[in-house]
Design a protein around this ligand. Sequence first.
Ligand code: MIC
Ligand code: SF4
Length: 641
Amino acid sequence: MGLNLAQKIIKEHLVSGEMVAGKEISIRIDQTLTQDSTGTMAYLQFEAIGIPRVRTKKSVAYIDHNTLQAGFENADDHKYIQTVTSKHGIYFSRPGNGICHQVQLERFGVPGMTLLGSDSHTPTGGGIGMLAIGAGGLDVAVAMGGGPYYLMMPKVCKVNLKGKLAPWVSAKDIILEVLRLLTVKGGVGKVIEYGGEGIKSLTVPERATITNMGAELGATTSVFPSDEVTKEFLRAQGRENDWIELKSDADATYDEVVEIDLGSLEPMAAKPHSPDNIAKISEIGKIKVNQVAIGSCTNSSYMDMMKVSKILKGKTVHPDVSLVIAPGSKQVLTMLAQNGALADMVAAGARILESACGPCIGMGQAPATNAVSLRTFNRNFEGRSGTASAQVYLVSPETAAASAIKGVFTDPRDLGPAVNIEMPKQFIINDNMVVAPAEDASKVEVVRGPNIKPFPINKELTDKVEGKVLIKTGDNITTDHIMPSNAKLLPFRSNVPYLAEFCLTPCDPEFPKRAKENGGGFIVGGANYGQGSSREHAALAPLQLGIKGVIAKSFARIHMANLINSGIIPMTFENEADYDAIDNGDELALEDAIGQIKSGSQLILKNKSKNTEIKVNVALSGRQVEIMLAGGLLNYTRKNG
Ligand code: MIC
Ligand code: SF4
């Protein structure tokens, strides 16, 4: 029987397990990436594992998230990452070189290879046919040490693209349509594979916009074939030798097929506060816009920026709008500077930001109270912009630029004939901001600033796991709720004790205090608990506060893995009705926890306050059971070498 593309790459990298959807497999990892806000923790963990030099084909550490140096903390963390990576064989992409996913795509990604990154948008690499997966820092640390990456064998959903996009409709609108069809939970446990005639007209940056935002579907990853379009892109990056052809077999089968007629799509937006809350721009109406932000790993390519500059050329940004633009990489910025496009943006009144994540992760440019902000980014979770009352809409660069000029929501089709940008035959290549690791590790001293504090490590599982329900949340709680990230908190990513003081505070400001007063306990969540980022701080901060287990209707993939890696038990309700029967403050007990975890997937949790028993499921593989018994992956890895 023929294989689809995802299955082919997995088969090529399979280390253990059977390729049956839902069963645990492990795969060899060729490349890893980290960024600074998850990287400090990943490298502290890498050091704790004790492997002297990375064993991957290429590992790169990027500095792109924490680039607002409002205090010494970020600069210290950058120094730590620069020295620790140099010592252990990892390439270091200096601040200013660009957003990790954009640079990885331009300079390092290779079709057919596996990439594990400590960032949920690592699937951007699927745009050139990589199997690129986001994971917690500890999983990436293990992969850097040569260990395989464990995951549940995903189902594969094919998205068949037919026809061609109409003028002014863009790749962002395609992924917004996929989000409309599948929702933020629709990709869980699946790889989204793109195919059909329609892909031929999509450039690599456009494909990467789509695979990038596949993260918002909750998917394991998204992937495009590697074809002539891929070859052209790699040739223009001076990397034609990295190209191989990759496609699914003619008789490949899929678990699900979705059809999209590209010609029928219109410019769209994800409305507040979820990436799947989709509406057509033509239906939204002329809402007044206060801020427009263009950039992020979703839409900051040369092609995107050129479209924006053409739209802005000779115009002035509306007086009531603040327009900020962050080109995705030094390559993009250099090319814009050389061909005059940057001057056109500046002349129109755009505020140019450095090539980094910036406002996407709340590092500056928090909107005004109740402001309407249009962003070309990938997430519009409540409060993520840094302003709780802001109304953030996710749109294409074309819609963003058009609206910045008009001051109201504007369908770019109203601007007249569409701008046409040709893919460059040759990008400007200068990797001088990527520092190679030291040849002689003994000469490198790892510099640790005072902001680096010991991170919590769990203890072996005990027989009695008990405590109070400390918080009960609704559905779709994001890691931005569990461990908020903004300009004030991001500098503390290597200081978990400090961060823990803010854990779940967007849901309940008293949570950290209550958790500490009770010596820890349980969290009760709704469906898709922990969606969004890969940040393991969303597991480490609860661990710091003594959280022993989370009982939810369902979990997002990376967060569940991070909980297991931290030795926190992720449980799902057997009967969703039990969610309603559990209250804040209830005393819960998992008796004979070791025996129960060892013996199967269904556990009995006692609600001592209500004198009831709740059936919960714990979907752990044999290896994950061992991890749970050891008190987390770090303890397990140290024990098992
Ligand atoms: C995000 O977009 O939420 C982040 C910030 O890039 C995170 C990583 C982090 O929290 O550091 C992600 O996507 O994994
Ligand atoms: Fe950076 Fe935003 Fe992309 Fe996350 S989603 S990597 S914060 S640009």
